[in-house]
Design a protein around this ligand. Structure first.
Ligand SMILES: *Cc1c(COP(=O)(O)O)cnc(C)c1O
Length: 370
């Protein structure tokens, strides 16, 4: 039987960006916020954020998180509050900024950081809170009014929205008008995949300028370093692929939503939700990266992964282990993580790629419940 992989990255083919590459040859500019990068940033702002706010590209989202946290964190404070149910890059970014992650639980329906638990942690840790880093779980739209308010009270917020480029609610892109920083990834496995790359958005133009400066050795106009800089610029080659991806991204999103609907149909056909399976409660329109589902309470996702593997179907469990269970983060403080622990035991991420058809979806679900 043919193996069904978990993901098939679908970065645009070279034919679609050869004309952009020719521009690089003509310009003889290869990086350092060159013309293609400028065009890429300008189009993102116009096509996804109604021309409002500010963006800067980075060479990956992890660097975008590090630079955002470094620029926004409260001095002398210690903790970066974040969910444990996130990718390792979130706590690692805080640690590179000299902070300690403090893990809190997620909501059991949305799988987003629990806002009530966050308020409890803020009260408990007080002035020791350096930053809050929510994660827009699996591309989900995250309402930012709560976090905008936090920003206004002087508690800085950086959103890990790595899989969310293209996530909208009505005609509002996630992050639009946000006063803090919101970070997107263009890694090959993300829906807007260009190889390696990322983007930072904020309503705060000064913040974005500071991040741009820090991302280029702390140079602002002259070759004198004025801040704790590093090199995290996006090359013109990646900007070329990014421009070609913008040309087709809406079609890619539609394909992904179609596959998500195929999954929902099959799940309804087998009445899985009535049998104790659960899916994430989301709002808005999401450029899905995979199909996440919880197996029934008391069952272990590991068993289902093994079962699928016997049918040559590859599934994974994000995030198992979740951050507080990983060696690197085990010794950091956390509040009660009941929901996180349960998600970690029950979550299954099912195969997903753009040219997947309904018969593959049927095969996956059938194998899952057989
Ligand atoms: C992919 C991902 C990242 C890292 O993005 P890179 O561009 O690979 O650095 C960070 N956080 C989350 C939640 C992710 O899914």
């Amino acid at each position: 039987m043919i193996t069904i992989p978990f993901l098939k990255p679908n970065v645009v083919k070279k034919e679609s960006y050869l004309h952009y590459l020719s521009k690089i040859d003509e310009n003889k500019i290869y990086t350092n916020y060159g013309p293609l990068n400028s065009q890429f940033e300008k189009r993102i702002l116009e096509e996804y954020f109604k021309g409002k706010g500010n963006v800067t590209t980075v060479n990956n989202a992890t660097m975008g998180l590090i630079l955002s946290i470094a620029e926004l964190k409260r001095p002398q404070a210690k903790y970066a509050i974040m969910p444990s149910f996130t990718f390792s890059a979130t706590p690692l970014a805080a640690m590179w900024c000299g902070l300690e992650p403090y893990f809190i639980d997620v909501d059991k329906e949305t799988w987003l950081m629990d806002e009530e638990k966050l308020v409890e942690a803020l009260n408990l840790l007080g002035n020791e809170v350096a930053i809050v880093v929510p994660y827009a779980t699996f591309g989900s739209y995250l309402r930012l009014s709560f976090y905008n308010q936090l920003q206004e009270t002087g508690i800085p917020v950086v959103i890990d929205a790595a899989p969310c480029f293209g996530t909208t609610y009505g005609d509002i892109h996630i992050g639009e008008n946000f006063q803090g920083s919101i970070v997107f990834s263009f890694h090959a496995t993300k829906s807007f995949g260009i190889g390696e790359g990322g983007l930072v958005y904020s309503q705060d133009s000064e913040l974005i300028q500071r991040i741009k400066t820090a991302s280029n050795f702390g140079y602002y106009g002259t070759r004198e370093s004025i801040s704790l800089g590093i090199n995290s610029k996006l090359s013109e080659y990646h900007a070329a692929i990014g421009l070609a991806t913008l040309d087709v991204y809406q079609v890619k999103i539609q394909k992904r939503q179609k596959i998500y609907e195929f999954y929902l149909e099959e799940i309804n056909n087998y009445r899985l939700l009535e049998k104790g399976w659960e899916i994430q409660k989301t709002v808005g329109s999401i450029p899905y990266q995979f199909f996440a589902i919880l197996c029934p309470k008391g069952k272990k996702n590991r068993k289902y992964v093994e079962k699928l593997e016997k049918s040559s179907i590859m599934a994974v469990s994000y995030y198992n282990p979740s951050c507080h269970q990983q060696h690197q983060f085990q010794n950091y403080l956390h509040s009660e993580l009941t929901v996180t622990n349960e998600l970690t035991d029950r979550i299954l991420c099912l195969p997903f790629w753009e040219d997947m058809n309904n018969s593959i979806v049927k095969r996956v679900i059938k194998a899952l419940i057989s």
